[in-house]
Design a protein around this ligand. Structure first.
Ligand code: NAD
Ligand code: DAU
Length: 353
Protein backbone atom coordinates (compact mmCIF):
# COMPACT_ATOMS: atom_id res chain seq x y z
CA UNK A 1 0.00 0.00 0.00
CA UNK A 2 1.38 3.43 -0.95
CA UNK A 3 1.31 6.31 1.52
CA UNK A 4 0.36 9.88 0.69
CA UNK A 5 0.85 12.93 2.92
CA UNK A 6 -1.94 15.48 2.62
CA UNK A 7 -1.27 18.78 4.40
CA UNK A 8 -4.34 20.81 5.40
CA UNK A 9 -6.53 17.70 5.24
CA UNK A 10 -8.89 19.02 7.93
CA UNK A 11 -9.70 22.12 5.86
CA UNK A 12 -12.43 22.62 3.28
CA UNK A 13 -10.69 21.28 0.16
CA UNK A 14 -8.32 18.97 2.04
CA UNK A 15 -11.19 17.13 3.73
CA UNK A 16 -12.94 16.66 0.37
CA UNK A 17 -9.69 15.24 -1.04
CA UNK A 18 -9.20 12.90 1.93
CA UNK A 19 -12.78 11.68 1.47
CA UNK A 20 -12.28 11.09 -2.26
CA UNK A 21 -9.06 9.14 -1.76
CA UNK A 22 -10.33 7.01 1.10
CA UNK A 23 -13.36 6.15 -1.03
CA UNK A 24 -11.82 5.80 -4.47
CA UNK A 25 -8.14 4.91 -4.04
CA UNK A 26 -6.25 2.28 -2.10
CA UNK A 27 -3.64 4.71 -0.77
CA UNK A 28 -2.98 5.18 2.93
CA UNK A 29 -3.69 8.84 3.68
CA UNK A 30 -1.67 10.65 6.33
CA UNK A 31 -3.51 13.87 7.14
CA UNK A 32 -1.14 16.52 8.54
CA UNK A 33 -2.97 19.55 9.88
CA UNK A 34 -2.27 22.10 12.60
CA UNK A 35 -6.01 22.58 13.22
CA UNK A 36 -6.06 26.36 13.06
CA UNK A 37 -9.47 28.05 13.25
CA UNK A 38 -10.05 26.69 9.70
CA UNK A 39 -9.27 23.06 10.50
CA UNK A 40 -12.32 21.02 11.43
CA UNK A 41 -12.07 17.28 11.98
CA UNK A 42 -15.84 17.12 12.30
CA UNK A 43 -15.83 17.31 8.49
CA UNK A 44 -14.18 13.85 8.54
CA UNK A 45 -16.03 12.47 11.56
CA UNK A 46 -17.13 9.30 9.73
CA UNK A 47 -13.59 8.61 8.43
CA UNK A 48 -11.56 9.43 11.49
CA UNK A 49 -11.08 5.79 12.51
CA UNK A 50 -10.75 4.44 8.96
CA UNK A 51 -7.74 2.09 8.78
CA UNK A 52 -6.29 3.99 5.78
CA UNK A 53 -6.70 7.46 7.37
CA UNK A 54 -4.03 8.55 9.84
CA UNK A 55 -4.44 12.02 11.35
CA UNK A 56 -1.38 13.74 12.86
CA UNK A 57 -1.76 17.21 14.31
CA UNK A 58 1.27 18.91 12.74
CA UNK A 59 2.46 22.45 11.96
CA UNK A 60 4.16 22.62 8.54
CA UNK A 61 6.46 25.31 9.98
CA UNK A 62 8.01 22.77 12.39
CA UNK A 63 10.87 21.00 10.62
CA UNK A 64 11.69 18.43 13.31
CA UNK A 65 8.10 17.19 13.47
CA UNK A 66 8.00 16.87 9.68
CA UNK A 67 11.33 15.00 9.56
CA UNK A 68 10.07 12.51 12.14
CA UNK A 69 6.85 11.90 10.18
CA UNK A 70 8.67 11.36 6.88
CA UNK A 71 11.06 8.90 8.53
CA UNK A 72 8.24 7.02 10.26
CA UNK A 73 5.62 6.88 7.51
CA UNK A 74 7.73 6.87 4.28
CA UNK A 75 5.30 8.55 1.84
CA UNK A 76 5.42 8.14 -1.94
CA UNK A 77 4.11 11.69 -2.37
CA UNK A 78 2.79 14.86 -0.78
CA UNK A 79 -0.24 16.95 -1.72
CA UNK A 80 0.23 20.32 -0.02
CA UNK A 81 -2.93 22.26 0.80
CA UNK A 82 -2.17 23.66 4.28
CA UNK A 83 -2.40 27.43 4.16
CA UNK A 84 -4.04 30.52 5.50
CA UNK A 85 -6.71 30.92 2.82
CA UNK A 86 -9.03 33.89 3.45
CA UNK A 87 -8.30 37.16 1.62
CA UNK A 88 -10.11 39.42 4.13
CA UNK A 89 -8.11 37.94 7.04
CA UNK A 90 -4.90 38.54 5.07
CA UNK A 91 -5.79 42.23 4.77
CA UNK A 92 -6.34 42.58 8.53
CA UNK A 93 -3.42 40.38 9.62
CA UNK A 94 -0.92 39.43 6.92
CA UNK A 95 1.72 37.99 9.29
CA UNK A 96 0.15 34.54 9.62
CA UNK A 97 -0.05 34.33 5.81
CA UNK A 98 3.64 35.06 5.38
CA UNK A 99 4.51 32.56 8.09
CA UNK A 100 2.36 29.61 7.03
CA UNK A 101 2.16 30.08 3.27
CA UNK A 102 5.77 31.07 2.65
CA UNK A 103 7.87 29.83 5.59
CA UNK A 104 5.63 26.79 5.99
CA UNK A 105 5.94 25.81 2.32
CA UNK A 106 9.71 26.36 2.49
CA UNK A 107 9.96 24.17 5.60
CA UNK A 108 7.84 21.45 4.03
CA UNK A 109 9.88 21.57 0.82
CA UNK A 110 13.11 21.19 2.78
CA UNK A 111 11.75 18.32 4.87
CA UNK A 112 10.46 16.65 1.71
CA UNK A 113 13.80 17.12 -0.06
CA UNK A 114 15.74 15.72 2.89
CA UNK A 115 13.57 12.59 2.88
CA UNK A 116 13.45 12.32 -0.94
CA UNK A 117 17.25 12.24 -1.11
CA UNK A 118 17.25 9.09 1.05
CA UNK A 119 15.10 7.20 -1.50
CA UNK A 120 16.50 4.89 -4.16
CA UNK A 121 16.45 6.25 -7.68
CA UNK A 122 13.21 4.48 -8.77
CA UNK A 123 11.38 5.82 -5.71
CA UNK A 124 12.85 9.29 -6.29
CA UNK A 125 11.55 9.27 -9.86
CA UNK A 126 8.08 8.08 -8.83
CA UNK A 127 7.80 10.59 -5.96
CA UNK A 128 5.53 13.66 -6.39
CA UNK A 129 5.26 16.91 -4.46
CA UNK A 130 1.95 18.46 -5.54
CA UNK A 131 1.52 22.11 -4.56
CA UNK A 132 -2.10 23.35 -4.44
CA UNK A 133 -2.40 26.99 -5.33
CA UNK A 134 -4.82 29.62 -6.52
CA UNK A 135 -5.74 31.61 -9.62
CA UNK A 136 -5.35 34.77 -7.50
CA UNK A 137 -1.59 34.71 -8.18
CA UNK A 138 -2.38 35.98 -11.70
CA UNK A 139 -4.01 39.16 -10.38
CA UNK A 140 -7.19 40.62 -11.81
CA UNK A 141 -8.76 40.41 -15.29
CA UNK A 142 -10.70 43.14 -17.08
CA UNK A 143 -13.94 42.38 -18.90
CA UNK A 144 -12.33 39.87 -21.26
CA UNK A 145 -9.62 37.20 -21.29
CA UNK A 146 -8.83 34.11 -19.23
CA UNK A 147 -5.93 33.09 -16.96
CA UNK A 148 -3.65 30.52 -18.62
CA UNK A 149 -0.63 28.73 -17.16
CA UNK A 150 1.61 31.37 -18.80
CA UNK A 151 -0.22 34.46 -17.54
CA UNK A 152 2.36 36.61 -15.70
CA UNK A 153 2.08 36.66 -11.92
CA UNK A 154 0.53 39.88 -10.49
CA UNK A 155 -0.80 39.09 -7.00
CA UNK A 156 -2.70 41.94 -5.34
CA UNK A 157 -3.56 40.85 -1.77
CA UNK A 158 -1.29 39.67 1.05
CA UNK A 159 -2.92 36.23 0.61
CA UNK A 160 -2.26 36.00 -3.12
CA UNK A 161 1.26 37.43 -2.74
CA UNK A 162 2.05 34.75 -0.15
CA UNK A 163 0.67 32.02 -2.42
CA UNK A 164 2.64 33.42 -5.38
CA UNK A 165 5.81 33.27 -3.26
CA UNK A 166 5.08 29.65 -2.36
CA UNK A 167 4.54 28.78 -6.05
CA UNK A 168 7.95 30.26 -6.87
CA UNK A 169 9.62 28.27 -4.07
CA UNK A 170 8.11 25.04 -5.39
CA UNK A 171 9.27 25.88 -8.91
CA UNK A 172 12.79 26.63 -7.62
CA UNK A 173 13.01 23.36 -5.63
CA UNK A 174 12.29 21.53 -8.89
CA UNK A 175 14.71 23.44 -11.07
CA UNK A 176 17.53 23.62 -8.52
CA UNK A 177 17.26 20.32 -6.64
CA UNK A 178 15.30 18.16 -9.08
CA UNK A 179 12.41 17.58 -6.66
CA UNK A 180 9.56 16.14 -8.81
CA UNK A 181 6.82 18.74 -8.38
CA UNK A 182 3.51 19.61 -9.99
CA UNK A 183 1.53 22.78 -9.23
CA UNK A 184 -2.17 23.49 -9.72
CA UNK A 185 -3.83 26.91 -9.68
CA UNK A 186 -7.57 26.74 -9.09
CA UNK A 187 -10.49 29.15 -9.11
CA UNK A 188 -13.06 29.71 -6.32
CA UNK A 189 -14.33 26.52 -4.71
CA UNK A 190 -17.70 25.94 -3.05
CA UNK A 191 -19.40 22.92 -1.49
CA UNK A 192 -19.93 21.12 1.81
CA UNK A 193 -17.84 21.89 4.91
CA UNK A 194 -16.61 25.35 3.83
CA UNK A 195 -15.90 27.70 6.74
CA UNK A 196 -18.70 30.30 6.90
CA UNK A 197 -16.37 33.24 6.29
CA UNK A 198 -16.27 32.66 2.51
CA UNK A 199 -19.00 34.16 0.30
CA UNK A 200 -21.27 31.15 -0.30
CA UNK A 201 -21.40 29.54 3.17
CA UNK A 202 -21.55 32.99 4.82
CA UNK A 203 -24.57 33.96 2.72
CA UNK A 204 -26.34 30.65 3.41
CA UNK A 205 -25.67 30.94 7.15
CA UNK A 206 -26.71 34.59 7.37
CA UNK A 207 -29.85 34.03 5.30
CA UNK A 208 -30.97 31.11 7.47
CA UNK A 209 -30.27 33.23 10.60
CA UNK A 210 -32.25 36.21 9.21
CA UNK A 211 -29.09 38.36 9.15
CA UNK A 212 -28.05 40.86 6.42
CA UNK A 213 -26.24 39.48 3.34
CA UNK A 214 -23.20 41.80 3.01
CA UNK A 215 -22.24 42.46 -0.61
CA UNK A 216 -18.95 44.27 -1.12
CA UNK A 217 -19.13 47.35 -3.37
CA UNK A 218 -21.52 47.01 -6.29
CA UNK A 219 -21.54 43.22 -6.25
CA UNK A 220 -20.27 43.17 -9.83
CA UNK A 221 -16.93 41.41 -9.16
CA UNK A 222 -16.73 38.13 -11.03
CA UNK A 223 -15.47 34.77 -9.75
CA UNK A 224 -15.24 31.44 -11.65
CA UNK A 225 -16.86 28.83 -9.40
CA UNK A 226 -15.86 25.16 -9.12
CA UNK A 227 -17.48 22.51 -6.94
CA UNK A 228 -14.98 21.22 -4.38
CA UNK A 229 -15.48 17.57 -5.41
CA UNK A 230 -14.54 18.50 -9.00
CA UNK A 231 -11.42 20.18 -7.62
CA UNK A 232 -10.55 17.08 -5.58
CA UNK A 233 -10.92 14.86 -8.67
CA UNK A 234 -8.70 17.25 -10.64
CA UNK A 235 -6.03 17.21 -7.92
CA UNK A 236 -5.89 13.42 -7.95
CA UNK A 237 -5.70 13.35 -11.75
CA UNK A 238 -2.77 15.77 -11.72
CA UNK A 239 -1.03 13.95 -8.87
CA UNK A 240 -1.26 10.63 -10.73
CA UNK A 241 -0.83 11.75 -14.34
CA UNK A 242 0.49 15.33 -14.44
CA UNK A 243 3.88 15.92 -16.03
CA UNK A 244 6.67 16.73 -13.59
CA UNK A 245 7.54 20.43 -13.41
CA UNK A 246 4.26 21.45 -15.07
CA UNK A 247 1.53 23.81 -13.90
CA UNK A 248 -2.17 23.07 -14.49
CA UNK A 249 -4.98 25.60 -14.13
CA UNK A 250 -8.27 24.24 -12.78
CA UNK A 251 -11.60 26.01 -13.23
CA UNK A 252 -15.29 25.38 -13.57
CA UNK A 253 -16.33 27.49 -16.59
CA UNK A 254 -18.79 29.22 -14.23
CA UNK A 255 -18.21 32.96 -14.26
CA UNK A 256 -20.74 34.76 -12.05
CA UNK A 257 -20.96 38.19 -10.47
CA UNK A 258 -21.27 38.13 -6.70
CA UNK A 259 -24.82 39.48 -7.03
CA UNK A 260 -25.72 36.62 -9.38
CA UNK A 261 -24.37 34.13 -6.82
CA UNK A 262 -26.29 35.67 -3.94
CA UNK A 263 -29.52 35.95 -5.96
CA UNK A 264 -29.25 32.29 -7.00
CA UNK A 265 -28.66 31.25 -3.39
CA UNK A 266 -31.65 33.29 -2.22
CA UNK A 267 -33.89 31.71 -4.88
CA UNK A 268 -32.75 28.20 -3.88
CA UNK A 269 -33.43 28.93 -0.21
CA UNK A 270 -36.86 30.39 -1.08
CA UNK A 271 -37.64 27.06 -2.75
CA UNK A 272 -36.04 24.67 -0.24
CA UNK A 273 -36.69 26.45 3.07
CA UNK A 274 -39.04 29.45 2.72
CA UNK A 275 -38.83 32.11 5.43
CA UNK A 276 -41.45 31.94 8.15
CA UNK A 277 -42.56 35.54 7.41
CA UNK A 278 -43.05 34.72 3.70
CA UNK A 279 -40.52 37.36 2.60
CA UNK A 280 -37.96 36.42 -0.08
CA UNK A 281 -34.40 35.95 1.26
CA UNK A 282 -33.20 38.54 -1.27
CA UNK A 283 -34.68 41.29 0.91
CA UNK A 284 -31.72 40.62 3.28
CA UNK A 285 -29.15 41.79 0.68
CA UNK A 286 -27.11 44.80 1.90
CA UNK A 287 -24.28 46.60 0.14
CA UNK A 288 -21.27 47.29 2.36
CA UNK A 289 -17.86 48.95 1.91
CA UNK A 290 -15.72 47.32 -0.76
CA UNK A 291 -12.75 45.07 0.03
CA UNK A 292 -9.50 47.08 -0.28
CA UNK A 293 -7.73 46.15 -3.54
CA UNK A 294 -10.69 43.98 -4.54
CA UNK A 295 -9.77 42.00 -7.69
CA UNK A 296 -12.42 42.62 -10.36
CA UNK A 297 -12.61 39.38 -12.26
CA UNK A 298 -11.10 35.88 -12.23
CA UNK A 299 -11.68 33.35 -15.03
CA UNK A 300 -9.73 30.20 -15.83
CA UNK A 301 -8.75 28.64 -19.14
CA UNK A 302 -8.78 24.98 -18.10
CA UNK A 303 -7.98 23.58 -21.54
CA UNK A 304 -4.52 22.24 -20.59
CA UNK A 305 -5.82 19.87 -17.89
CA UNK A 306 -8.74 18.93 -20.16
CA UNK A 307 -6.60 18.22 -23.24
CA UNK A 308 -3.62 16.56 -21.50
CA UNK A 309 -5.28 14.73 -18.64
CA UNK A 310 -8.92 14.44 -19.74
CA UNK A 311 -10.33 16.19 -16.65
CA UNK A 312 -13.67 18.01 -16.91
CA UNK A 313 -15.91 19.26 -14.09
CA UNK A 314 -18.91 17.03 -13.44
CA UNK A 315 -21.04 19.65 -11.69
CA UNK A 316 -22.62 22.68 -13.31
CA UNK A 317 -23.02 25.73 -11.07
CA UNK A 318 -26.75 24.93 -10.81
CA UNK A 319 -26.31 21.27 -9.76
CA UNK A 320 -23.38 22.04 -7.46
CA UNK A 321 -25.03 24.97 -5.72
CA UNK A 322 -28.26 23.05 -5.15
CA UNK A 323 -26.27 20.18 -3.57
CA UNK A 324 -24.36 22.68 -1.44
CA UNK A 325 -27.48 24.45 -0.12
CA UNK A 326 -29.03 21.03 0.57
CA UNK A 327 -25.92 20.01 2.54
CA UNK A 328 -26.04 23.11 4.76
CA UNK A 329 -29.77 22.60 5.35
CA UNK A 330 -29.20 18.94 6.23
CA UNK A 331 -26.18 19.61 8.49
CA UNK A 332 -27.12 22.56 10.70
CA UNK A 333 -25.06 21.15 13.59
CA UNK A 334 -21.81 21.44 11.56
CA UNK A 335 -22.30 25.21 11.19
CA UNK A 336 -23.66 25.56 14.76
CA UNK A 337 -20.50 23.91 16.14
CA UNK A 338 -18.32 26.27 14.07
CA UNK A 339 -20.27 29.32 15.27
CA UNK A 340 -20.14 28.18 18.92
CA UNK A 341 -16.46 27.16 18.68
CA UNK A 342 -17.35 23.60 19.78
CA UNK A 343 -15.66 22.16 16.66
CA UNK A 344 -12.25 23.10 18.08
CA UNK A 345 -12.74 20.67 20.97
CA UNK A 346 -13.90 17.81 18.76
CA UNK A 347 -10.38 16.39 18.55
CA UNK A 348 -10.01 16.17 22.34
CA UNK A 349 -13.26 14.27 22.68
CA UNK A 350 -12.86 11.91 19.72
CA UNK A 351 -9.22 11.42 18.91
CA UNK A 352 -5.94 11.21 20.76
CA UNK A 353 -3.41 12.17 17.96
P1 NAD B 1 -9.00 26.15 4.55
O1 NAD B 1 -8.68 27.47 5.18
O2 NAD B 1 -10.39 25.64 4.60
O3 NAD B 1 -8.07 25.01 5.17
C1 NAD B 1 -6.71 25.20 5.41
C2 NAD B 1 -6.24 24.05 6.30
O4 NAD B 1 -4.83 24.22 6.53
C3 NAD B 1 -6.91 24.03 7.68
O5 NAD B 1 -7.33 22.72 7.99
C4 NAD B 1 -5.82 24.51 8.63
O6 NAD B 1 -5.93 23.97 9.94
C5 NAD B 1 -4.57 24.01 7.91
N1 NAD B 1 -3.38 24.77 8.28
C6 NAD B 1 -3.24 26.12 8.33
N2 NAD B 1 -1.99 26.45 8.75
C7 NAD B 1 -1.34 25.27 8.94
C8 NAD B 1 0.00 24.94 9.35
N3 NAD B 1 0.89 25.89 9.68
N4 NAD B 1 0.34 23.64 9.42
C9 NAD B 1 -0.55 22.66 9.11
N5 NAD B 1 -1.83 22.92 8.75
C10 NAD B 1 -2.20 24.20 8.65
O7 NAD B 1 -8.48 26.28 3.06
P2 NAD B 1 -9.08 25.66 1.73
O8 NAD B 1 -10.11 26.58 1.19
O9 NAD B 1 -9.42 24.23 1.95
O10 NAD B 1 -7.79 25.79 0.77
C11 NAD B 1 -6.82 24.73 0.74
C12 NAD B 1 -5.72 25.13 -0.22
O11 NAD B 1 -6.27 25.36 -1.52
C13 NAD B 1 -4.99 26.41 0.16
O12 NAD B 1 -3.63 26.24 -0.12
C14 NAD B 1 -5.61 27.47 -0.74
O13 NAD B 1 -4.68 28.51 -1.00
C15 NAD B 1 -5.91 26.67 -1.97
N6 NAD B 1 -7.05 27.13 -2.78
C16 NAD B 1 -8.26 27.39 -2.20
C17 NAD B 1 -9.34 27.78 -3.01
C18 NAD B 1 -10.72 28.05 -2.43
O14 NAD B 1 -11.59 28.54 -3.16
N7 NAD B 1 -10.98 27.75 -1.17
C19 NAD B 1 -9.16 27.92 -4.40
C20 NAD B 1 -7.87 27.68 -4.94
C21 NAD B 1 -6.83 27.26 -4.12
O1 DAU C 1 -9.89 32.33 -6.55
C1 DAU C 1 -9.49 31.39 -5.61
C2 DAU C 1 -9.62 31.96 -4.22
O2 DAU C 1 -11.01 32.05 -3.93
C3 DAU C 1 -8.90 31.13 -3.18
O3 DAU C 1 -7.53 31.13 -3.44
C4 DAU C 1 -9.16 31.67 -1.77
O4 DAU C 1 -8.57 30.83 -0.80
C5 DAU C 1 -10.66 31.72 -1.55
O5 DAU C 1 -10.94 32.31 -0.28
C6 DAU C 1 -11.35 32.54 -2.65
O6 DAU C 1 -11.00 33.94 -2.56
P1 DAU C 1 -12.11 35.09 -2.78
O7 DAU C 1 -11.65 36.31 -2.10
O8 DAU C 1 -12.50 35.18 -4.20
O9 DAU C 1 -13.35 34.40 -1.99
P2 DAU C 1 -14.43 34.99 -0.95
O10 DAU C 1 -15.44 33.91 -0.72
O11 DAU C 1 -13.80 35.63 0.22
O12 DAU C 1 -15.13 36.14 -1.80
C7 DAU C 1 -15.74 35.87 -3.06
C8 DAU C 1 -16.25 37.18 -3.63
O13 DAU C 1 -17.34 37.63 -2.81
C9 DAU C 1 -15.22 38.29 -3.61
O14 DAU C 1 -15.41 39.09 -4.78
C10 DAU C 1 -15.57 39.10 -2.37
C11 DAU C 1 -17.07 38.92 -2.25
N1 DAU C 1 -17.63 38.92 -0.89
C12 DAU C 1 -17.09 38.08 0.03
C13 DAU C 1 -17.57 38.03 1.31
C14 DAU C 1 -16.96 37.11 2.36
C15 DAU C 1 -18.71 39.72 -0.58
O15 DAU C 1 -19.23 40.47 -1.43
N2 DAU C 1 -19.23 39.68 0.69
C16 DAU C 1 -18.68 38.87 1.67
O16 DAU C 1 -19.17 38.88 2.82
Amino acid sequence: MQTLFITGGAGFIGSALVRLLITESDWRIVNLDKLTYAGNLESLADLIDHPRHIFRRTDICERAALDALFAELQPAGVIHLAAESHVDRSIHGPGAFIHTNITGTFTLLEATRGYWMTLDSAAQTAFRFHHVSTDEVYGSLGDTGLFTETTPYAPNSPYSASKAASDHLVRAWHHTYGLPVVTTNCSNNYGACQFPEKLIPLMIHNALSGKPLPIYGKGDNVRDWLHVDDHARALWRVFEQGRVGEVYNIGGHNEKTNLEVVDTLCALLDELQPRADGQPYATLKTTVADRPGHDKRYAIDASKIADELGWQPQETFETGLRKTVRWYLDNPEWVAHVVSGEYQHWIERHYSA
